[in-house]
Design a protein around this ligand. Structure first.
Ligand SMILES: [Zn+2]
Length: 363
């Protein structure tokens, strides 16, 4: 596979756009209702906001095979042993080995250590498979980590290395894609066959679920954060006017500080200042909403998703984001089917739940 030249830049942010942040969780079980809330009869009428409201809060993984799951990020690794009830045993966060030419090998060795600890703590649980998600451009078909700026690898045969080390089948995928899958199975995207998951944090990452399946295109699909919506500013990826350079939580805070000279504690503060009458804050926030509206309008016209599920730090702006976007989409579009705009539910655990779901899906 050839890599497009923009990816040669060390600052390419796709890998950093991994925005399923969140606090480490000490509890061994995820919060929420054990009822996964799918419509029992699977009828189309059950889709939509009403059915999803009735489904209750985000569910646990639920019953199935015991699996090991790893969500590898640029700074830390989340690991857990999921038992047959779906409880995440020993869920922990540990540092990612430092970048270097042999990082794939050192990473797999670290994962083996973590697995040995988890299995020693829970000797009665016998994992049948491993789920592993990583950042960057990931070719899930061939099991290759194509590129990740924060991991420093290119065309790394991660799945083959992991299978050889673990002696178990390994489901390998993209971290944000795994998070999107988890939102689809267990979280905010439940009940929708055609849905876009947008994670708006430091960057903007996207997952396209079409007909209930993730559309990956060899790892290159879903880069909604790097779709152009304006002629400026220049994005860290090298292109001009990318969505995430205007509308990510990171960009909102940065653009406000650039124009006002006043530092802020993130996008949330900019939104609060805008509501309080700060003209510069209102302008930055308006530009972000405008860019997001254009991007979602394009997605609506081209893919017609039933819903756009929004997670990441910016999604916690609540009505200031969701109500504004809904009103602007209605004003912008005509005959189009306006998607439901719904908050993501799994926050920091979406990636590891996605890894576990993938491992369970292996035969
Ligand atoms: Zn870009």
């Amino acid at each position: 596979m050839t890599i497009p030249s923009p990816l040669d830049r060390g600052t390419y942010p796709a890998a950093q756009a991994r925005a399923y942040g969140g606090e480490p969780r000490g509890a061994e079980r995820f919060p929420g209702d054990a009822d996964h809330g799918r419509a029992a009869d699977g009828s189309g009428e059950e889709r939509g906001r009403d059915a999803r409201a009735a489904a209750g809060p985000a569910a646990e993984l639920g019953p199935g095979r015991a699996v090991l799951a790893f969500d590898v990020g640029g700074t830390d690794i989340k690991s857990a042993l999921f038992d047959e009830t779906g409880a995440a045993l020993g869920l922990r966060r540990t540092p990612t080995p430092p970048p270097g030419p042999d990082l794939p090998e050192r990473l797999i060795a670290r994962l083996l250590d973590l697995a040995a600890q988890l299995r020693a703590e829970h000797p009665d649980v016998e994992p049948a498979a491993v789920g592993l998600v990583v950042p960057g451009i990931v070719d899930e078909e061939s099991g290759i980590g194509v590129f990740a700026s924060n991991m420093g690898w290119r065309n790394a045969p991660i799945r083959a290395l992991a299978e050889a080390a673990f002696g178990l089948p390994v489901a390998f995928g993209h971290d944000v894609g795994g998070g999107g899958l988890a939102e689809h199975e267990l979280g905010g995207a439940r009940g929708y066959d055609d849905v876009v998951v947008l994670i708006i944090g430091t960057g903007i990452a996207g997952v396209l679920l079409l007909d209930g399946r993730i559309h990956t295109a060899g790892g290159f699909a879903g880069e909604i954060g790097h779709s152009p919506v304006a002629d400026e500013p220049v994005c860290a990826c090298g292109a001009r006017g990318c969505l995430e350079a205007i509308a990510s939580a990171g960009a909102i805070a940065r653009r406000y500080t650039e124009r006002s000279g006043s530092p802020v504690d993130g996008a949330k503060e900019v939104i609060a200042r805008a509501a309080a009458g700060d003209r510069i804050a209102a302008q930055v926030w308006d530009e972000a909403l405008h860019a997001l509206t254009l991007s979602i309008a394009q997605l609506t016209a081209v893919l017609a998703p039933q819903a756009v599920v929004i997670g990441g730090g910016l999604s916690r702006a609540g009505g200031a984001l969701f109500d504004e976007l809904r009103a602007r989409l209605e004003a912008r579009l005509s005959f189009h089917r306006i998607p439901d705009l719904v908050p993501a539910q799994l926050r920091g655990n979406a990636g590891i739940l996605g890894a576990a779901l993938r491992a369970r899906s292996l035969e």
